[in-house]
Write a protein that binds this ligand. Structure first.
Ligand SMILES: C[S@@+](CC[C@H](N)C(=O)[O-])C[C@H]1O[C@@H](n2cnc3c(N)ncnc32)[C@H](O)[C@@H]1O
Length: 175
């Protein structure tokens, strides 16, 4: 299942998904800044890219709670969080988009640390440079992207120990 606030973006995804996977793909359009229209404990995993960095800290906290609500105990969470974003125009000028918070690595780490708990990893940091020649105006995107993988705990210490042992890092259940 894929989600985005923009139904047209989801239609595009459907069109671009290879035929052999398309029948398995469902899409649900909704605003992440609200209650997700999805059942408790209904997902084995969440892969979240290109979006969390757009929200303020209080909104991120609400989103985290919703992500953990819909994950099954032991479910996997893979997050991608771009930090220190610079969009550089062809004339060398800095291009900014609206009121994007543009987190520092330290601030993003502090949010992710709260989400995943003290037992978790700090993630991998990857420096990314990508050209967007068709944007208006065209720019080169520079970012240090944090990649993080963790697992939802059950709240039961014995079972959690098994999850941590068998799967690596764990996520605390936020209440
Ligand atoms: C940079 S694109 C990333 C798209 C895709 N997740 C990816 O990684 O390729 C940001 C996406 O966030 C979506 N978006 C923006 N605000 C949103 C919101 N409040 N709730 C859900 N999606 C949102 C936009 O429609 C856009 O498709």
């Amino acid at each position: 299942m894929a989600s985005d606030i923009d139904a047209e973006a989801l239609s595009k995804l459907q069109r671009h998904t290879p035929k052999k996977y398309r029948d398995k793909l469902t899409t649900v359009a909704f605003n992440l800044n609200g209650d997700f229209p999805l059942k408790d404990g209904s997902f084995n995993g969440i892969f979240c890219t290109g979006i969390l960095h757009l929200f303020s800290r209080p909104v991120l906290e609400k989103i985290s709670k919703e992500m953990l609500r819909i994950l099954k105990p032991g479910g996997r969470l893979i997050l991608e969080f771009p930090t220190e974003i610079k969009r550089i125009g062809r004339d060398g000028s800095l291009i900014t988009f609206g009121d994007e918070p543009n987190y520092s690595i330290a601030d993003a780490r502090s949010y992710l640390q709260e989400l995943v708990g003290s037992s978790s990893t700090q993630g991998i940091i990857e420096e990314v440079v990508e050209d967007f020649p068709n944007a208006n105006p065209p720019f080169t995107f520079h970012s240090k992207i944090i990649l993080l993988e963790c697992f939802k705990t059950t709240g039961n210490e014995d079972k959690d120990r098994l999850i941590v042992t068998s799967m690596g890092k764990r996520t605390q259940v936020l209440t």
